[in-house]
Design a protein around this ligand. Sequence first.
Ligand SMILES: NC(=O)c1ccc[n+]([C@@H]2O[C@H](COP(=O)([O-])OP(=O)(O)OC[C@H]3O[C@@H](n4cnc5c(N)ncnc54)[C@H](OP(=O)(O)O)[C@@H]3O)[C@@H](O)[C@H]2O)c1
Length: 326
Amino acid sequence: MRAAVIRRYGGPEELRAETVPEPSPGPGQVLIDVTLAGLNYADLHCRAGEYRRYPLPAVLGADVVGRRRDDGRRVAALLRDGGGYAQVVCAEEAFTVEVPDAVGDQQALALLEQGATAYGALTLLGRLRPGERVAVTAAAGGVGHLAVQLARELGAGRVVGLASTAAKREFVRGLGADATFDPTDPKLVDRLGESGGIDLFVDSVGGGVLRSGLAALAPFGRLLSVGARGGPEESFSVAELADGSVGVLGFWLQHVLDDRALFAGVAEQLFRLAADGRLVARIDRVVPLDAVAGAHRAMGARETMGKVLVDVHRESGKGESRARSG
Ligand SMILES: NC(=O)c1ccc[n+]([C@@H]2O[C@H](COP(=O)([O-])OP(=O)(O)OC[C@H]3O[C@@H](n4cnc5c(N)ncnc54)[C@H](OP(=O)(O)O)[C@@H]3O)[C@@H](O)[C@H]2O)c1
């Protein structure tokens, strides 16, 4: 089979399309003939050797959609040990969900990892209540653009998106955000404080923007971290939190995956919203297998909006096809 392989940790140039043996499933695993694989920001950290160091050579990629080899059912799967940028993967059956007919491959793939993160963060830990004011960082990103739509869908009273360029902010307004701000705006805390502050601040960036989010929380507000871009760990004193009657929370999707019924329920909910047209994952681009390196570069350079996909059956040597749609 063909796969995008790294033979050492490093920059995007380490990703190369190669012919490698098909994996063999172990106990509790299923073989999937992959249609599309997804890119996630964590893949960039994996490639650089900063997160989940797999034995080399390694195939990265944490989410796929395709067909089960054993019964032909169309499924999407999350891969905790990578392997996604390939024509065939071994997936834990417990992390595999059947995709309903009403949901296309691109939507299913874009929703599973990033949608479950956004949904889990907003509901399970953020405990969003109708009418609350929500802010989302990296709001044009894979997780962020779904969090904006889901916050709206779950009844938020006001949804604010942070994004670094005017084009991204326009994209985020198009998703239903009431307001958008530049995360580097020196008046960010004041702007977030408009309309009385933020009840739930969902952050995937960390650092200064996380600090601004904390400062802009309304009483009883929650700052919820789903990720960070490196840099020093933020720390908070209990007194500081008590002064504002606010909380800081951290979310990891693994804890949803560890509960089979919970994961299946979250996936079902996301697929139902997609089938009803109430949640639409935006596809930034679909790249051929031999252009995964370029896709990593684009994501690292903050150029992508929505989900980036890999067509594992295409190798053009000619770059990428753009598709800003569902
Ligand atoms: N907790 C979990 O279980 C879980 C699961 C999935 C993903 N995540 C996390 O969710 C976050 C989003 O993941 P994603 O795959 O959807 O990525 P993404 O948001 O599509 O892409 C990253 C975005 O982060 C923003 N950013 C801010 N500072 C950056 C910097 N220095 N370099 C690059 N980008 C920067 C950029 O948006 P702007 O240019 O608009 O700032 C960029 O577009 C990541 O932190 C990821 O690790 C967590």
